[in-house]
Design a protein around this ligand. Structure first.
Ligand code: MLT
Ligand code: ZN
Length: 474
């Protein structure tokens, strides 16, 4: 009888060409562990199709031979969503070769692009056409269109433009049985029944493989302002958000909160970065953009910050005077995660809450955590403008990080119970992956979990797509 593994590899090699089927351990190694280094998996092969037809042929072969498929884009998941399990039976499907811009329709303000294009390349393609694709996040040089859609990524401009979900008009998906769904419609109005694309967005590859998307484009920003402000506490930051919104309305694109500790960690591991306003407990990074070339954006931000200072809401502030200064301020924000990673293991919480509840949440969470973990360090930062905090915890100074990590479940319970009490979410923008499956089981209503399971069973009855992700066992 034919060896099923050999049969699969032969079929897959016939579909994509033998040079795009990798099985040597050294070739596979970088794809088998996640960015944070928390998970290590195994796979029977890494396959790199170059077209939707090739993805379909690979997935059809896997379906016929009952081989599970793990799709992977830039491998930047924070939750182990793109890392296979340790069984070695799954096939790792990299979309990295599919990077084409298939169409850019400036009059319709849309771009049709393949799933393996990086987010940075997507932004650049829009920019080259005098337009903007606004999704922006720290890993944009590596993360891909397929990945950001599959995780419904958020990032730093959600306040104005929404999550990935709001930015996609159409999708092309290879279904778990290998059929292709061509939903690449560039329509802003389409009321023809269920909005199926939204099922695949945020599904983390558990319902099919996203191979291309139609994305919304926007006018490019032509008058911009980037400011950095020091505030005494989260309450002042929320008040500042209200003041800036009142003045700038939807020209306020980003409003990021940064605690003194994450800023210090970022600068420790990126010493060339500036320290614009030393010595304060909290900071806010403000981005405002206007599509009109001569709009007084910087003057308006300055005036709003001036009023906030007079009202005692802002302690000190600086406005970037050049693009280089603006980029340096953003680098202080975008490199926090990397700084924290280099510092050592940490317990991450990617939570969202009504913005109005955040100051009370932070006070209560800090008190409860400090009682259970005396000396615990709070690495709090994130997208305050849209209510998403990265409420990360590090071991006490001089404490054992591994020992602290072993107690993560107790910290998660404190944080997530409080998040639930405030009507928040335990995963704002990073997804569930492997990391939060058990937490999902705990915090989702049974009726919601049941609907999710039924959708999974309807689209992927044999459980072939990205097994072990999102849905809890059972
Ligand atoms: C970020 O906003 O920098 C990342 O989503 C956060 C993280 O590493 O927790
Ligand atoms: Zn984030």
């Amino acid at each position: 009888m034919a060896d099923p593994g050999a049969t699969l590899l032969a079929r897959v090699a016939a579909a994509v060409g033998p040079s795009h089927v990798l099985t040597a351990p050294d070739d596979l190694a970088p794809y088998l562990t996640d960015w944070r280094g928390r998970y290590r998996g195994a796979a029977c092969a890494l396959v790199r199709p170059g077209s939707t037809a090739e993805v379909a042929a690979v997935v059809a072969a896997c379906s016929d031979l009952r081989v599970p498929v793990v799709p992977q884009g830039g491998n930047t998941s924070m939750c182990g969503a793109a890392t296979p399990d340790a069984s070695g039976t799954t096939l790792l499907l990299s979309l990295a070769r599919m990077q084409r811009v298939r169409a850019l329709d400036a009059a319709n303000a849309t771009m049709t692009i393949e799933a393996g294009a990086t987010l940075a390349a997507t932004q650049a393609a829009a920019h080259a056409a005098g337009l903007r694709f606004p999704l922006s996040l720290a890993s944009e040089g590596s993360c891909t269109v397929g990945g950001v859609l599959s995780t419904n990524a958020g990032g730093t401009a959600v306040l104005r433009y929404g999550n990935a979900r709001e930015l996609a008009l159409g999708l092309e998906v290879v279904l778990p049985d290998g059929r292709v769904w061509d939903g690449l419609r560039g329509l802003r109005k389409d009321n023809t029944g269920y909005d199926l694309k939204q099922l695949f967005i945020g599904a983390e590859g558990t319902l099919g493989v996203v191979t291309a998307a139609v994305l919304k484009l926007f006018p490019a920003p032509r008058s911009q302002a980037t400011a950095f402000a020091a505030v005494a506490d989260a309450d002042a930051a929320v008040r500042l958000l209200g003041m800036l919104r009142a003045r700038l309305a939807d020209r306020l694109t980003g409003f990021e909160l940064i605690g003194a500790l994450p800023l210090a960690l970022c600068r420790k591991h990126h010493p060339a970065l500036p320290d614009p306003l030393p010595g304060h407990p909290w900071y806010v990074l403000v981005q405002a953009d206007d599509a009109a070339p001569d709009a007084p954006t910087a003057a308006e931000v300055e005036a709003a910050l001036g009023s906030a200072a007079e009202a005692g809401v802002v302690l000190d502030a600086t406005i970037a005077q050049s693009q280089a200064q603006a980029a340096a301020l953003w680098a202080l924000r975008e490199n926090i995660s990397e700084g924290q990673r280099r510092e050592g293991p940490n317990v991450k919480h990617d939570i969202s809450l009504p913005v109005s509840s955040i100051p009370r949440f932070l006070a209560e969470a800090a008190e409860a955590l400090s009682r259970t973990f005396p000396g615990v360090r709070f690495v709090t930062f994130g997208h305050l403008g849209d209510g998403n905090l990265h409420y990360n915890l590090s071991a006490p100074e001089g404490g054992d990080a591994q020992d602290f990590m072993a107690r993560a479940p107790a910290a998660n319970r404190i944080v997530h119970d409080l998040v639930a009490a405030y009507g928040g979410s335990i995963s704002a923008e990073h997804g569930i992956g492997q990391l939060k499956r058990d937490e999902l089981a705990r915090y989702k209503a049974p009726v919601e979990l049941e609907m999710m399971r039924r959708i999974k069973a309807a689209l992927d009855p044999a459980g072939m797509m990205n097994p072990g992700k999102i849905l809890p066992d059972g």
